[in-house]
Design a protein around this ligand. Structure first.
Ligand SMILES: [Zn+2]
Length: 313
């Protein structure tokens, strides 16, 4: 009877599965899974944590500048299908999202609709300019919108997003609340670890390009001593780079930091002259590898910065 021991448990497993599927089916009909359009990868990653059953599309990836995206037909089609759009807001997407909204013709994700979620509405922004005019460059008038690199603000956005998912999909509300509670507990433990790591970086100086990591510097106590952008949003010029070099030559920062989507040449120019590394760091969740999750992204930033800071004299 060699087949008995194999067939027996298999039949039992099928029977058990059928019983539970039926029981669940009658007790709580499965909620309609949400279709989520995430403007940036960090919001796709957060949505995946809070709504694992949702169908999620990220409109951009880490090697694209989220300020400058082309309103391609594929993005219009994706927004047309969405129950909710999850974006940064505070004008990051001002150059492309309104056009997508207009062309998609999906009332669920128009500004002001519950299906249009802006992370920047859930938290206070830093670096709000006292006054804004065009001569200041393509400045972020509402403040620095790149808020997801502050782990505490990210947690506040997670709770707000879970609440919004529950509003749009009441049948799944308990699931979103539980997913958020579980994630928050895990995230709080990670924040404790990152706080310790930040202590060894606090006070150290970096040269940067744009305010992409502004919240991360503020949270860790790292100082951005120079910005190789002549004005916010404008590409570096040789004249400005020479000014920056003059400014930092006497006490060089421990590295020059850029995002994965910025042209490395200007940063490299400065890095070579001050004999410090150019770090191209992920400013959001990447497609694969360690920084492919939200916590992995923060771990990666701490590792790369700690390594560079430790190596600098
Ligand atoms: Zn920006």
């Amino acid at each position: 009877m060699p087949s008995e021991p194999v067939a027996g448990p298999f039949v039992h497993r099928v029977a058990a599965l059928a019983c539970c599927v039926l029981a669940f089916g009658f007790a709580t009909p499965p909620a309609q899974a949400l279709t989520v359009f995430a403007c940036e990868p960090e919001w796709a990653a957060l949505a995946r944590v809070l709504a694992p059953r949702a169908s999620i599309v990220a409109a951009t990836h880490a090697r694209q500048d989220p300020h400058q995206i082309e309103a391609r037909p594929a993005l219009i089609a994706a927004l047309r299908r969405a129950d909710i759009a999850v974006c940064t807001g505070a004008s990051v997407e001002v150059g492309w999202l309104p056009m997508l909204q207009q062309r998609a013709g999906n009332k669920r994700v128009l500004a002001g609709a519950p299906g249009m979620f802006f992370a920047a509405d859930a938290v206070e922004l830093i670096d709000k300019p006292a006054s804004v005019d065009r001569s200041m460059g393509d400045v972020h008038a509402e403040g620095n919108p790149h808020l997801h690199l502050d782990p505490e603000r990210l947690a506040a956005v997670a709770s707000a997003l879970a609440t919004r998912f529950a509003l749009l999909d009441p049948a799944g509300a308990t699931g979103y609340e539980q997913a958020n509670a579980g994630w928050q507990a895990d995230w709080a433990r990670r924040i404790d670890g990152w706080r310790e790591r930040a202590a060894s970086l606090a006070g150290r100086g970096l040269a940067v390009q744009h305010t992409a990591f502004g919240y991360f510097w503020r949270w860790t106590g790292i100082r951005a001593v120079a910005d190789i952008e002549p004005k916010p949003g404008l590409p570096p010029t040789l004249g400005h780079l020479q000014q920056v070099l003059g400014l930092v030559r006497a006490a060089p920062p421990f590295a020059v930091v850029q995002t994965l989507y910025q042209d490395p040449q200007p940063g490299q120019w400065l890095a070579e002259r001050i004999e410090r590394p150019l770090l191209a760091l992920p400013s959001t969740v990447v497609a694969e590898g360690r920084a492919a999750s939200l916590h992995g992204l923060f771990d990666e930033l701490f590792d790369r910065l700690a390594q560079a800071a430790g190596a600098a004299p």
